[in-house]
Design a protein around this ligand. Structure first.
Ligand code: C2E
Ligand code: CA
Ligand code: CA
Length: 441
């Protein structure tokens, strides 16, 4: 239907090509010996991310037309040298002899599918996850290459899809983790393998006002695993509800232990993921956790991203009203990475915005103008601004100049284990009053 090769033809072409290479190896001394690039190749495993949805909702006629268009775009990238085969409903394999720059090619494939498809009056959006393996490093048989490209593709999917990943030992390790996560996540919770690290939030004068709780998985084999590697998985599995509950309670009861008479209060910020916030009784669950752990609600900040907030605006408004009425603070996390940021800033009640760290890395002079206007608007609306990801003294001075209210980043401290927090608090008590505010020039 797509006019592409099938598994069989792909195998034949691969055999012919690799046979020729082995042949050239055995006549190494001859003048025709092939160069290394001529003897290398790349296999790309392409999996469409949302094809099944389109096929199910719009029917097979539309689905078939869509596949033909996808095949056309992929074939354009493959060019005349490559062999493109369809090996499953929405799976394609591309083999390219003498390929260098396979990752650039993978990106071109992802980009080629990113623009909308127009079919029978529908505008359809697809994306692809691409895994790459290289001949001969990752395998010399088609099956071996395909297996490794498939594993790399699996990692691409777990990274949020719409991207391409090349196989490596690091990918193999991550893929193992992804697989294990799917198997032992529920056990991990009952075996107490999760733990919270805490990263300080620092005021303009250097004073410490609180900590953000960041979850880690202390895996028996892989050591401390970062949240990016398992949160997406946990969200899909539904386990995020029990894990999220545990994180909230753990953070609240730990924060209670930080409060010392005669010392400024120390707050805690907890990240909330979409499935948690989607629960109709989410705000009640938070209030119950506060009640049961005995934490003063005004010490808790909930961090939510735009993506989580805009899923259902009516429910969002209800949750935010209940939570804020109880005295809990709401922070808009990763601010500036979404779409409608400024418009919803005026629209949704919040207390804090956390400027994404990508702002600090943008070299453009416009970037500070953008930050300046965000900070201005935020202040006019009565919101505090936290600059995330401050790593250098220059960045610290810049965000102070831009009138950010608080800062967070490796410059001050990496996230630390719970056991280290008291040391940071003692340090704070010792230096209190000694650090003067650095006012902008
Ligand atoms: P986030 O909420 O934006 O958290 C900040 C991330 O930036 C943390 O990564 C932190 O370690 C890192 N970071 C802090 N300062 C710096 C810096 O100066 N430079 C750089 N390069 N990075 C810095 P982490 O702990 O790996 O967490 C990543 C993400 O995972 C978080 O992003 C958050 O979205 C999610 N996450 C972490 N803990 C939880 C949790 O308990 N629940 C949920 N739902 N998500 C969580
Ligand atoms: Ca956060
Ligand atoms: Ca953030």
């Amino acid at each position: 239907m797509t006019g592409l090769a099938n598994r069989r033809l792909l195998q034949d072409r691969f055999d012919a090509w690799s046979g020729a290479i082995v042949g050239s190896d055995s006549s190494r001394d001859s003048a025709e010996a092939k160069s290394d690039t001529e003897k290398s190749g790349a296999l790309l495993f392409i999996d469409l991310d949302r094809f099944k949805q389109a096929n199910d909702t719009l029917g097979h006629t539309v689905g078939d037309k869509l596949l033909k268009k996808v095949a056309g775009r992929l074939a354009d990238v493959a060019g005349s040298e490559g062999t493109l085969a369809r090996i499953g409903g929405d799976e394609f394999v591309m083999f390219l002899p003498h390929c260098y720059g396979a990752e650039a090619l993978g990106k071109r494939l992802v980009d080629a599918l990113a623009s909308p498809f127009h079919i029978s009056g529908h505008e359809l959006l697809l994306s692809a996850s691409v895994g790459i393996s290289l001949f001969p490093e990752h395998g010399t048989t088609l099956a071996g290459l395909q297996e490794r490209a498939d594993r790399a593709m699996y990692v691409a999917k777990s990274q949020g899809r719409n991207c391409c990943v090349q196989f490596s030992t690091e990918v193999a390790r991550r893929e193992e983790i992804v697989q294990e996560i799917a198997r032992d996540l529920s056990l991990a919770l009952s075996r107490a393998q999760f733990q919270l690290h805490y990263q300080p939030l620092v005021q303009r004068d250097g004073g410490l006002t609180g900590f953000e709780a960041l979850v880690r998985w202390n895996h028996p084999l892989h050591g401390l695993v970062a949240p990016a590697e398992f949160i997406p998985q946990v969200e899909k599995s539904g386990l995020i509800l029990s894990l999220g509950d545990w994180i909230l309670r753990q953070a609240c009861s730990t924060c209670r232990t930080w409060q010392m008479p005669g010392q400024p209060r120390v707050g805690v910020a907890v990240n909330v993921s979409a499935p948690q916030f989607d629960q109709p009784n989410y705000s009640e669950r938070v209030l119950r956790a506060l009640d049961e752990t005995g934490l003063d609600p005004s010490l808790l900040t909930l961090e939510l991203t735009e993506g989580v907030l805009v899923r259902d605006l009516t429910r969002t408004r209800t949750h935010l009203a209940v939570l804020r009425l109880a005295g809990i603070r709401i922070a808009l996390d990763d601010f500036g990475t979404g779409y409608s940021s400024l418009s919803y800033l005026t629209d949704l009640p919040a207390d804090v915005i956390k400027l994404d760290r990508s702002f600090l890395n943008r070299e453009l002079p416009e970037s500070s103008t953008v930050v300046e206007s965000i900070v201005n608007l935020a202040h006019r609306l009565g919101l505090q601004v936290v600059a995330e990801g401050v790593e250098t003294d220059t960045q610290r001075t810049n965000v102070l100049d831009l009138m950010c209210d608080q800062m967070q980043g490796y410059y001050f401290s990496k996230p630390v284990a719970a056991g280290e927090v008291p040391r940071l608090l003692e340090e704070r008590a010792r230096t209190a009053g000694r650090v003067r505010e650095l006012t902008p020039a």
